[in-house]
Design a protein around this ligand. Sequence first.
Ligand SMILES: Nc1ncnc2c1ncn2[C@@H]1O[C@H](COP(=O)(O)OP(=O)(O)O)[C@@H](O)[C@H]1O
Ligand SMILES: [Mg+2]
Length: 383
Amino acid sequence: MTRIILFTGKGGVGKTTIAAATALRSAELGNKTLIISTDPAHSLSDAFGVNLNPYPTKICDNLDGMEVNVEYELEKHWSVIKEYLSLFFRSQGIEDVIAEELAIFPGFDELASLMHLLKFYRSSEYDTIILDCAPTGETLRLLSVPEVAKWYMNRFFGIERKVLKIVKPIAEPLIDVPLPSDEVLDKIQELYTKISELKDILESRDTSVRIVMNPERMVIRESERAFTYLNLFGYRVDSVIVNKIFPSNAGDYFSEWMKIQREYIKEIEEKFPIPVFKVEFKSKEVTGELLKEIAKEIYGEENPTKIFHEEKPMVIEKEGDVFVLKIKAPFVEKSDIKLFKRGEELVIIAKQWKRIVFLPQSLAIRVPKNAKFEDGLLKIVFE
Ligand SMILES: Nc1ncnc2c1ncn2[C@@H]1O[C@H](COP(=O)(O)OP(=O)(O)O)[C@@H](O)[C@H]1O
Ligand SMILES: [Mg+2]
């Protein structure tokens, strides 16, 4: 079993810093750890003060790091498939340049970095793999790739291989579509297997996502959206880390900021029903020893590889014509519940308890009709 932890969040919030601090502490506790940066804006080398490569490079005892080079990966793994696809598109009368572009199906580049994850997972070389991901938008796209790629491939290459082999010599001269060669089919088969395996790994109990944020409106908004969609895709977010909080001795000049931050932290706690860790704004850029200090601030004496939260905070199911949103709520009577929709958010209030749920598109366009309690879950029906 390899423990996998992905760090994501809006650009500049401190993903690399927190991922590096976590990796360092994990290694210090004796876990053989690998940290992989998949953000094209690599900054892991800077955080550690070590030059990293597109393969594991030693940072310190028990800790290796690498920065993925996407272009290189693409060429290496998928040039055969890409060539066939552009041939296919060209045969359909699509211009050369566009055919080339189309041949890179959505998320192809992101998939390249996930393949590394699979490789190291399969080899069981490491106890812990930490991913310093690209900003939330890209990460979400990345994490939806296994699903999307499966769909794409089914549609495109859904023809049974056996059949294809028989039909090919007869069909090719008759229709204008070039049929994929055995080499292409082999590659596709291999890719398909890998993608399915990746999906299983990413959805497993041993993989957690941690969202890094700052106490700022726009950052919270983006993180909320990410939290909802990660949930929908079946990924497990086990905690959030609020970084760059002004310390109490920040001085008068920051007093207004500190007040605003306190309010945002409260809001974060209402929106993320999972452990919320806090990190202060340091007086200088975070590298070296300061990374260890940050790890201590977040995890204290706990092992940073611990699974901090297991349950899925929300589930959405389609029942006939209606959608049902199911969430865990720490009370059992519905008499005191107030529900209202505010734009894309659903606000649920029961006495002192308040929860704000960012709604995915499928629910945001519908109206919450009624709520009921069943099996310890609050179930809200959307029509
Ligand atoms: N708690 C903190 N206190 C002070 N500076 C920080 C803190 N966390 C991150 N930084 C600094 O903020 C900048 C952006 O952090 P980084 O981890 O690279 O963000 P991201 O990976 O999300 O883009 C870096 O210069 C980093 O040293
Ligand atoms: Mg970064």
